[in-house]
Design a protein around this ligand. Structure first.
Ligand SMILES: CC(=O)Nc1cnc2ccccc2c1
Length: 447
């Protein structure tokens, strides 16, 4: 078939100029909005590879997939604990004058749906989702405004077996993608440590979330700033000193000396580390009293995955949130969960040389050797597709040179040629592209 000269002299396949061309039509900005990403095929293959691991691990642990709207009522996220996630809420008033927001996290949506389902869903609830989350940052920082998070949550299990199951599922994920305990660890603590200190100084309950959010900034802002903010919410100098002291404790034993061995914090942590031993992932865990996480609603065990080289931000994080439901006016239910973002993990895989080689590949490329055999070629393609073959059907008459080039680009295993003389004899030509072996096959024997 002759090479068709494209009428616009541009790329082959370009069209004759349309009505807008030549008019004073402004060329649109072809980049996505600030802070957001496109996923062209090569990026989408990596994203699907990662998300398929998320979903497969969730299936292995018997979790059910759920989803929620990316748009939620703003009220779901207007917690008054001074969280960064609240300051950066991507919120607006819709045309019905409703205050809405693009979700910055997934847990409030989960709580909303669990409350909506009420008693109709038996406990324990084990749900997972992979969803896009949004923040509106002044682009001064050039950071992303969206990312995808894998979330797993266990609702209705008060004991630390739930946290152990969640940590175990993340370890399973890491192992599947080639990350070992020498690359990554989990810093584990409990917010009950802070709770017990605050109780000693009779700090009212309603300040707990605020205090945690301030303390979470301990490695990001100077300690004097932390002290100032703690005093500003009403903590005494002594309470502030004691808090900062307890956060620098280096071991569970030392913590026990300071807090005594009767508190829940020590009991939970001891039990969790002992379970980790039995289950076989204790090498991944380390107690670290300074881990508090930045979300106000955590109430017990908290953890975060970190890269042992200390180059990257937290890979994932989570913990227990036993009082989130009552903040939505419902009865409290024991709950714990984690979020695992799609950004830091890819940076880590790059660092470790663990990014997978992912290419488009098809089983067959089917091509008509004559213009009037296009229909027949399409029919051959569909016979193969019905047998589960992925087929690239050449859609225009092309030189064989072009077809071989296309076959290489789509990594086709076989080239199937539909020609007149062969057709007369009820066969098609087949060429195995890796060995150049070629033969003829009866249509009915095509597999
Ligand atoms: C490293 C990264 O992209 N972080 C990120 C990006 N976008 C977000 C959007 C909402 C909430 C948290 C987010 C966090």
């Amino acid at each position: 078939p002759a090479e068709t000269d494209s009428p616009t002299g541009g790329r082959s396949g370009a069209l004759t100029p349309g009505p807008s061309v030549g008019a004073d039509v402004q060329k649109i900005d072809v980049n996505p909005p600030k802070g957001t990403r496109d996923f062209p095929p090569e990026d989408m293959r990596l994203r699907n590879w990662l998300f398929n691991h998320f979903k497969e691990v969730s299936r292995l642990y018997g979790f059910e997939e759920v989803d929620y709207p990316v748009l939620e009522s703003e009220a779901l996220f207007t917690r008054k604990a001074g969280e960064e996630i609240k300051d950066q809420l991507y919120c607006f008033e819709d045309r019905g004058n409703r205050r809405v927001a693009l979700r910055p996290e997934l847990t409030p949506s989960l709580a909303r749906l669990v409350i909506q389902k009420g008693k109709s869903v038996p406990l324990p609830i084990k749900w997972f989702t992979v969803g896009q989350c949004w923040r509106y940052e002044r682009m001064t920082r050039g950071r992303r405004r969206e990312h995808y998070q894998w979330n797993m949550d266990i609702i209705g299990v008060p004991g630390v077996m739930a946290e152990a199951e969640l940590l175990s599922s993340i370890v399973t994920l890491f192992k599947r993608i080639g990350i070992t305990e020498s690359d990554v660890g989990f810093k584990v603590s409990s917010r009950k440590v802070l709770q017990e200190v605050l109780n000693c100084y009779s700090v009212p309950e309603h300040l707990f979330g605020k205090v945690c959010v301030i303390i979470d900034k301990i490695e990001k802002i100077p300690v004097d700033e932390i002290k100032k903010e703690l005093k500003a919410v009403g903590l005494s100098q002594e309470a502030v000193q004691k808090l900062l002291q307890v956060l620098s404790v280096k071991s569970l034993e030392e913590l026990e000396e300071r807090l005594g061995s009767s508190g829940e914090a020590i009991a939970d942590l001891k039990q969790l580390f002992s379970l980790a031993e039995k289950i076989g992932f204790s090498k991944w865990l380390q107690f670290d009293a300074s881990v508090v996480r930045g979300l106000a609603y955590y109430t017990g065990i908290v953890f975060e995955g970190f890269d042992r080289e200390g180059k990257l931000r937290a890979i994932c994080g989570g913990g227990r949130y036993d009082h989130l439901f009552s903040t939505f006016g419902a009865d409290d239910i024991a709950a714990c969960g984690f979020g695992f973002g799609d950004a830091v993990i890819v940076e880590l895989l790059k660092e470790k040389g663990l990014l997978p080689e992912l290419n488009l590949n098809v089983d067959d490329i089917v091509c008509a050797l004559d213009e009037d055999l296009q229909g027949r070629a399409a029919m051959v393609a569909n016979i193969l597709r019905e047998k589960g073959h992925s087929v690239e059907l050449v859609l225009e008459s092309k030189q064989l040179k072009w077809v071989f080039k296309r076959a290489a680009r789509v990594n086709a295993e076989r080239l199937v040629l539909v020609g007149n003389s062969e057709w007369q004899r009820g066969v098609v030509g087949v060429k195995i592209l890796s060995t150049a072996e070629q033969y003829e096959v009866k249509l009915d024997d095509l597999k």
